[in-house]
Design a protein around this ligand. Structure first.
Ligand code: NDP
Length: 454
């Protein structure tokens, strides 16, 4: 039957695509429903366009530091319009690659928004969600719809941007206020600042990046302040008002700020409101869909992966969940996702990367006296001639009882590339002795990881 499938995947983001392609490679008859561009948050309005902006910002910084290396570049001008258009074209190119690869695997793609009619039938709604264009049947259904930004309920909230809006801009603003102290807020604060845009950042706590090792967030705070970003801690947004061409932003303390625009980066939530989950009795756990270790919901033929479940909301996690699901269901394998030692990076300037336990998590788990900390900070050689020098910080959290390295943290250039490799060693149970007996590669920043002797 034409509209009957072995698997319906709702959502063509990183997790949905990975699972659909893996299932089709086992010979399953797969349908994918997507209301927006193929690629989802990561490709269309997240990791990919953001990282391209990070590279652009770094290039601009390099140009502005060129004098330090004896290079004279007389005319420095920047068109954010050109950059934003190039990024959009690249994102569409990647989206098209995904579309073609699904075509090759005979995956049927339906444009529209999925909604459960019953546990095996999904309706497809038109782009304005007003009309049902079709209903399709699936033996298995995978919910992979991702998340959407949280918007604080304050007067004038409709004047605020979310990160989605940044990638739709014609050009960058001259000044911006950013609400939040997490991944998105810190990354965009650094990107905009590196482009010469005036940045105010409002954080409700007294530190950045909740959940990260406190040394990392402290180093980042110092660098951000040093680079000209105006951080206000223990402060919250009260209201937003139009003021001429810009905004007047009122804060809890009673003070006001003026900037061209405001970016709300206050977390994300599963995008599940239109799925009719209550129709089929899906159990929730808080705002997330409840799943077991193989991502199965309480409705036996319905599974959920990615940002709709309560696991680290990161692209590689969603991809692995999607592949494990398809390997188990269509490849008869018995796989589970390895959630231990997931490396994380925040692409600030300089970037932060981490794998394993923070110092405080390790001390809580193994007691203070059983944890030994090795750390060093220095100005990397690449900064020697720069006027504004940034620091690097490297840190190992070690369990004294068996000498295992429980956490590896780094603040500084290329830290994401370095921590990805460190995560291989940590996953393999590396001890501090093995770090110590490993020959250094000189002159590099990461050599300090193997030279922090007792
Ligand atoms: P985060 O959870 O990282 O940060 C949210 C920030 O908003 C926190 O500082 C939080 O404060 C603050 N906040 C939440 N609610 C309020 C409120 N009511 N008033 C004031 N402040 C508030 O979310 P992001 O939106 O930055 O990113 C969403 C997710 O996307 C990340 O968690 C991550 O999974 C993913 N992501 C990953 C990236 C990467 O891998 N490099 C890059 C970008 C996003 P508090 O700490 O006090 O809760």
């Amino acid at each position: 039957m034409e509209d009957k499938f072995d698997l319906i995947v709702i959502g063509a983001g990183s997790g949905g695509l990975a699972s659909a392609k893996r299932a089709a490679s086992y010979g399953a008859n797969v349908a994918v429903i997507e209301g927006s561009e193929i690629g989802g948050t990561c490709v269309i309005r997240g990791c990919v366009p953001k990282k391209l902006m990070v590279y652009a910002a770094k290039n601009r910084q390099a140009l502005y530091n060129s004098d330090a290396y004896g290079l004279t570049v007389s005319e420095k001008s920047f068109s954010s319009r050109t950059l934003l258009n190039k990024i959009r074209n690249e994102v569409l190119r990647l989206s098209e690659i995904h579309r073609k690869s699904m075509e090759k695997l005979n995956i049927k793609v339906f444009k529209g928004w999925g909604r459960f009619l019953n546990k095996k039938e999904v309706q497809i709604l038109s782009s304005n969600k007003k009309k049902v264009t079709k209903s399709i049947y699936g033996e298995k259904i995978l919910i992979a719809v991702g998340g959407e930004p949280n918007i604080l309920n304050v007067p004038g909230k409709e004047l605020a941007w979310t990160s989605d809006d940044i990638f739709r801009l014609d050009q960058f603003p001259k000044s911006i206020t950013i609400i939040g102290g997490g991944y998105i807020a810190c990354e965009f604060a650094c990107i905009f600042n590196d482009f010469g845009i005036e940045v105010n950042q409002i954080i409700r706590r007294d530190s950045l990046l909740t959940g990260f090792d406190t040394d990392l967030s402290a180093f980042l705070k110092d660098e951000m302040v040093e680079s000209g970003i105006k951080l206000q801690f223990k402060e919250e947004l009260e209201s937003i008002n139009q003021s001429g061409l810009g905004l007047e932003i009122s804060l809890h303390s009673g003070s006001t700020l003026h900037s061209d625009n405001l970016l709300m980066a206050t977390g994300r939530s599963p995008r599940i409101n239109d799925l009719n989950l209550s129709n089929i009795g899906i159990k929730m756990i808080g705002k997330y869909i409840e799943v077991d270790e193989v991502n199965q919901t309480n409705v036996s033929n319905v599974f959920a992966i990615g940002d709709v479940v309560d696991k680290p909301n990161l692209t590689p996690v969603a991809i692995e969940q999607g592949r494990v699901f398809s390997d188990n269901i269509f490849g008869n394998l018995k796989r589970v996702v390895n959630y231990e030692y997931i490396p994380k990076a925040v692409f600030t300037n300089p970037e932060i990367s981490t794998v394993g336990l923070t110092e405080s998590e390790a001390k809580k788990l193994y007691n203070n006296e059983n944890i030994e900390i090795f750390k060093c900070s220095f100005t990397p050689m690449s900064n020697t001639f720069k006027v504004k020098k940034s620091k690097s910080m490297l840190k190992l959290v070690v369990n004294k009882l068996d000498n295992r390295v429980l956490g590896c943290h780094m603040f500084g250039e290329s830290s994401s590339e370095i921590i990805q490799m460190a995560s291989v060693a940590i996953n393999a149970g590396v001890t501090k002795e093995i770090f110590d007996m490993t020959m250094a590669l000189h002159p590099t920043v990461s050599e300090e990881f193997v030279t922090m002797y007792r």
